[in-house]
Design a protein. Structure first.
Length: 276
């Protein structure tokens, strides 16, 4: 039985100038010449074919590798917005519709989002931004592992819901990030905790030692670029510090303390200065 929106193993039965035909033993399906992806399968060869419906509603095949398959979550770019919904590129020359009712948030052309692909009532591939129920509980991850995650929901308290590796449930609390993060953003993060239900707790903060080293570099760079002085010290406003250095005031003070112990900087009422 042919599975739409998925790979099928089919036999090549004949070749024509405009493409080749494959079969599952019951029906023949055309793979147009432009969808052969440079391959030249032989007659009677069993090949993996991605099956979908074309613009004329015909079942058709391609040897191009899709960016996503049905009943899985994929990270895809929106390429058009219309009155009936948005369209995402899946890499086969025919875009996938995200109906308006399947958009939990506003989509923007040129941006990538997590989408779950499915077959709609007409037999066509469609997509939804409602991916939460399709994510799994993570296994084989440890605290301090660095992971890639994509934002798919922002709660009212600004807690972010993310998918690690487009597959596993994760959260990032508001105090674990500083700047605004839009929907669909892909981030390199660190696992800070693992909740009892297996959800991964993520943070933008690096390991303590690494984070201090990064902040030291930022402070020294700022000092060098500003003639050896910056208008920040232990008494500076926390929001000013966060805006300038993307860190908390407490951590900024700790890092300045380390630099002073190393004899590299000193402070006064006007700010922090490089020692000559």
């Amino acid at each position: 039985m042919i599975k739409l929106g998925e790979y099928n193993e089919l036999k090549v039965v004949k070749e024509r100038d405009f493409g080749i035909f494959v079969t599952d033993g019951e029906q023949e399906i055309l793979i147009p010449k432009g969808s052969l992806a440079g391959e030249k399968p032989n007659i009677d060869e069993i090949i993996k074919v991605f099956i979908y419906r074309d613009s004329e509603d015909r079942i058709i095949g391609t040897l191009k590798k899709p960016l996503g398959t049905c009943f899985e979550i994929s990270y895809l770019k929106v390429v058009d917005i219309t009155s009936i919904g948005a369209f995402a590129d899946i890499g086969i020359g025919r875009d996938v519709l995200i109906p308006l009712k399947e958009q939990l948030y506003k989509l923007h052309t040129g941006q990538k989002y997590l989408l779950y692909l499915y077959i709609d009532k007409t037999g066509r591939i469609a997509a939804t931004t409602d991916v939460d129920d399709y994510l799994e509980v993570a296994k084989n991850y440890n605290i301090d592992d660095e992971v890639t995650a994509v934002v798919y929901e922002i709660n009212e308290n600004n807690t972010l819901k993310l998918a690690v590796d487009n597959k596993y449930k994760a959260l990032m609390l508001k105090n674990e990030y500083y700047d605004y993060i839009p929907m669909g953003e892909e981030l390199k993060l660190r696992i800070r905790r693992i909740y009892e239900d297996g959800t991964l707790g993520l943070t933008t903060r690096k390991r303590k030692l690494d984070e201090r080293e990064v902040l030291i570099e930022k402070i020294l760079k700022a000092l060098t670029e500003n003639g050896g002085s910056i208008p920040f010290n232990d008494k500076s406003n926390p929001e000013d510090i966060r805006r300038e250095f993307n860190t908390s005031k407490n951590y900024f003070k700790m890092t300045l303390g380390a630099l002073m112990k190393q004899g590299k900087v000193y402070q006064d009422e006007t700010g922090t200065h490089l020692k000559q």
